[in-house]
Design a protein around this ligand. Structure first.
Ligand code: FAD
Length: 289
C-alpha cells in the first residue's frame, strides 16, 4: 500500500524502523527482528540504507521480505551521496521489480574521505527525488529537521530548501528525532506558513541506553531537554531501569503527539523488537491494529 494512502487515516498509527546488517553474516538476525516487529502489525516498516551504498542489496531484500512474506507495507530508504546515477538507477529498478512502491529519498551524510559531489552526480536529495519520480510511479518520502539540518546555518534557509525539495515531488516527510514536542509543533507551524502542505510523520527515538545518548548528541545536534537529561542522570547507570524509563519517555511523547492532532508516529525501533513491543503494549487502547 502507498504510504500516502495510509497517512490519510485519522486514527492513531505507529510505524517502525529496521536497519540492515553491515555484512551478510548479520542478515538472518535482522530478518528475525523484522519478523517480530511485523507481528505487531505496524502501519509500515521502514528499512534504512547505508550512505555509501554498501547495504543497498540488503535494504531492498529486507523491504521485499517485509512486504511479501509478512504482508506489512515497507518503505525502502535510498541515499545518493556516494553513488553514481547508474548505481542509483539500478536500485530503483530493483525496487520496481520487487513491487516496493514506497521510497524515502535521502542525500545521506557527506563522506569525509572521498570527493563530493561526484562530477555529474547527486548533490541534494531533491535531485534524487526528481530522478525517482521520472523513473516510476513511486510514493516518495523525504527527511526533514525540526531543529534545522546541521549543515544549514539559518533554520529559515533550511525550510526554503525543504520547500524546494517537496516541490520536486515529495508525498510525505519524516522528521529527525526530537525530545521536546514543542520543537515539532513550532516546526509544523513554520513549514505550513511557507506552503509545505504534505503530511509530516514525527520520528520518535526510544532511548534505552546511556551510550545511545552520546551518539545522538554527536550525530544530529539534537537538543536534549532537562526533563530528558534528568531521566538519564537518574537511570543511565542501570541498563534495565534506563530501558524502561526510555520507553516510558517515548510513549509519553507519542501520546502527547496524538493528543495534539498528529495521527501517525514513526518509531526509531533500531532492530529491537522488545522495545517496539513495549511501546505497542503501552498504546494498546490507543493504536488499534
Ligand atoms: P537534503 O535534503 O539534500 O539536505 C541536505 C542539506 O543541504 C541541508 O542542510 C539542506 O538545507 C541543504 N540543501 C538542500 N537543498 C539545497 C539547495 N538546493 N541549495 C542549498 N542547500 C540545500 N542517512 C543514511 O545514510 N541512511 C538512511 O537510511 C537515512 N535515513 C534517514 C531518515 C530520516 C527520517 C532522517 C531525518 C535522516 C536519515 N538519514 C539517513 C540521514 C540523512 O541522510 C542526513 O541527515 C543527510 O545529511 C541529509 O539528507 P537529506 O536527504 O535531508 O538531504
Amino acid at each position: 500500500m502507498r504510504i500516502s494512502e495510509i497517512l490519510k487515516s485519522r486514527e492513531p498509527h505507529i510505524s517502525f524502523e529496521i536497519f540492515p546488517p553491515k555484512t551478510d553474516a548479520g542478515f538472518e538476525s535482522v530478518i528475525h527482528a523484522a519478523d517480530q516487529i511485523a507481528e505487531l502489525r505496524p502501519s509500515y516498516i521502514s528499512v534504512t540504507y547505508g550512505a555509501g551504498g554498501g547495504t543497498s542489496k540488503n535494504t531492498v531484500k529486507i523491504a521485499s521480505h517485509i512486504k511479501h512474506n509478512k504482508n506489512v507495507t515497507s518503505l525502502a530508504h535510498l541515499t545518493c551521496v556516494s553513488s553514481t546515477k547508474d548505481m542509483v538507477h539500478k536500485v530503483i529498478d530493483e525496487l520496481k521489480e520487487q513491487g516496493i512502491e514506497n521510497v524515502l529519498a535521502l542525500r545521506g551524510d557527506i563522506p569525509q574521505d572521498s570527493e563530493f559531489p561526484l562530477p555529474n552526480h547527486y548533490r541534494y536529495a531533491s535531485e534524487l527525488i526528481e530522478d525517482i519520480r521520472s523513473r516510476g510511479d513511486f510514493c516518495i518520502g523525504a527527511a526533514c529537521y525540526p531543529e534545522g539540518h546541521v549543515e544549514t546555518e539559518h533554520k529559515a534557509d533550511d525550510i526554503l530548501n525543504l520547500k524546494h525539495k517537496v516541490d520536486c515531488g515529495v508525498d510525505f516527510l519524516t522528521t529527525q528525532m526530537f525530545f521536546d514536542n514543542s520543537i515539532l509543533y513550532n516546526f509544523l507551524y513554520r513549514i505550513r506558513e511557507k506552503g509545505i502542505t504534505v503530511p509530516v510523520v514525527p520520528g520518535i527515538m526510544p532511548v534505552t541506553s546511556a551510550k545511545q545518548i552520546k551518539r545522538i548528541g554527536f550525530l544530529s545536534g539534537t537538543m536534549l531537554p532537562q526533563r530528558f537529561l534528568a531521566v538519564v542522570d537518574r537511570f543511565g547507570d542501570d541498563p534495565e531501569a534506563m530501558k524502561q524509563a526510555g520507553i516510558a519517555y517515548a510513549t509519553d511523547q507519542i501520546i502527547d503527539l496524538f493528543a495534539n492532532g498528529v495521527n501517525h508516529v514513526h518509531v526509531y525501533s533500531m532492530n529491537k523488537p522488545e522495545v517496539a513491543e513495549a511501546i505497542m503494549k503501552n498504546l494498546s487502547q490507543i493504536v488499534k491494529a
